[in-house]
Design a protein around this ligand. Structure first.
Ligand code: AMP
Ligand code: GLY
Length: 423
């Protein structure tokens, strides 16, 4: 079989490595991929948002199955276009990807179907948003409606910060048209859990839980990033909480989408906060998380391709989805300065004794064909082990075998999870 994967980061590299385990898989094309992914797939320089060319390429190469993982192409309708061209495809159609593409949509969905989430108001006029933040409870959370690279969420502790946030999003349009509308919601507290799930629109199978580390600096300080590292499973997510989430969140969401005529097939990501009053949905994503996929997929024991096909074909209930009981840790090596400004183009050296899996994100080919840094998040180092402390220790000791100028990583990936384990 020949496959096509759309995207070019660490998440796509993790998906490709998992797909490679199936002996039937011959060629995997990755559009656009990157110079590191090229070790495991045939990368072709077609952008992930260039839908027309992606579909033409898939048809020309007669690929047997396509996997679309980034938010932009999904929200733009890549799956609709590929399926129309006769290419079976994993991922939600455009009318279902809106669950991530519009926070106004997803908040109203949760409200209508009684799915627990932070209380909220939505605004499409900035005058009304300014008037609301003049007297709403604080802290409050101001979110741009549309996609914003995970950065369109601002937490305001004072009236002034709340006004600034409305100005930034709605008036200065820092996140472009995503800021035409905003959601302003109640500030919640508690440990966060990411639960990715496979779904065929009727059956939903949660994957092993994980924990992202979104802030740039140790101790959850600094700016929000795309994610500086992950661990799985997440020790805060007990079997009791998992049961409650299935009953109050996962199944109700899948049923709600179907009832709305927006059946969701693909990976539905539940960003949860475990509050004192119970689990609440912080956000939905219409895809695998990045860097959650980097720790979740290495723990999958069943065949990924079979599962992705079952999600598309509506046969997930009859398909084995088994995860190992081991633990995983991913430490992201970034360019110092990320997510603000940083330098790139530095050669990457890897000691020959490295044994961890390396998943490439912001890398390019240097003049001599070797890898050089080419982005904020450069790569992820992934290790698995019988226990979480061991997986974390191994990931950090392997990360020391990778060298480039201005390399930066958080030193405390998994530290909060370890504290939970000691309780
Ligand atoms: P999102 O992009 O919606 O996942 O939000 C980014 C981050 O902002 C989340 O991971 C949370 O840490 C934080 N956040 C979002 N919504 C809330 C909320 N209602 N209360 C507290 N923190 C929040
Ligand atoms: N790691 C969070 C995300 O993929 O949006």
């Amino acid at each position: 079989m020949d496959l096509l994967v759309v995207g070019g980061g660490g998440r796509e590299h993790a998906v490709i490595k998992a797909l490679r385990k199936n002996p039937e898989v011959k060629t995997i094309y990755c559009l656009p991929g990157n110079a590191g992914i090229a070790q495991d797939a045939t990368c072709v320089p077609i952008g992930a948002k260039d839908l027309r060319r992606i579909a033409d390429f898939a048809v020309e190469k007669k690929v047997d199955f396509a996997v679309v993982t980034p938010d932009d192409p999904l929200v733009l309708g890549a799956v609709d276009l590929l399926e129309k061209a006769g290419i079976p495809c994993f991922g939600p159609r455009r009318n279902a990807a809106i669950i991530e593409g519009s926070k106004v949509f997803s908040k109203h969905l949760m409200q209508t179907y009684g799915i627990p989430t932070a209380s909220f108001e939505t605004f499409d006029s900035r005058e009304k948003a300014y008037a609301y933040v003049a007297s709403c409870p604080l802290p409050c959370v101001i979110k741009a409606d549309g996609l914003a690279l995970g950065k369109g969420v601002l937490i305001a502790r004072t009236r002034e910060e709340a006004r600034d946030a409305v100005r930034t999003i709605m008036e200065n349009r820092k996140f472009g048209d995503s800021g035409k509308r905003v959601v302003i919601e109640e500030f919640l507290e508690g440990p966060e859990v990411s639960v990715l799930s496979f779904t065929d629109g009727t059956t939903v199978v949660p994957m092993v839980s994980s924990m992202d580390h979104k802030r740039a600096l140790d101790g959850d300080q600094g700016l929000n990033t795309g994610g500086m590292g992950t661990i799985a499973p997440n020790p805060y997510y007990t079997p009791e909480i998992a049961d409650e989430c299935m009953r109050t969140i996962f199944l109700p969401t899948i049923r709600a989408m179907k009832k709305e005529g927006r059946e969701f097939r693909g990976c539905l990501y539940f960003g949860l906060m475990l509050t004192a009053e119970g689990p609440r949905v912080i956000e939905y994503n219409c895809r695998f998380g990045d860097p959650e996929a980097q720790v979740v997929l290495p723990l999958l024991e069943s065949d990924l391709l079979t599962i992705l096909q079952a999600c598309r074909d509506g046969t997930l209930a009859d398909t084995e989805v088994r995860f190992s009981s081991r633990s995983a840790c991913c430490v992201i090596l970034a360019s110092r300065g990320y997510p603000a400004s940083y330098e790139k183009g530095f050669p990457i050296q890897i000691d020959s004794s490295l044994s961890a899996s390396v998943l490439y994100a912001g890398v390019a080919s240097g003049a001599d064909g070797s890898l050089v840094t080419n982005g904020g998040r450069v790569l992820g180092v992934v290790e698995t082990a019988d226990t979480l402390p061991e997986a974390i220790r191994k990931a950090y000791s392997q990360a020391e075998k990778i060298h480039f100028s201005n390399a930066y990583c958080r030193k405390d990936i998994g530290a909060r999870a370890l504290k939970a384990l000691q309780k």
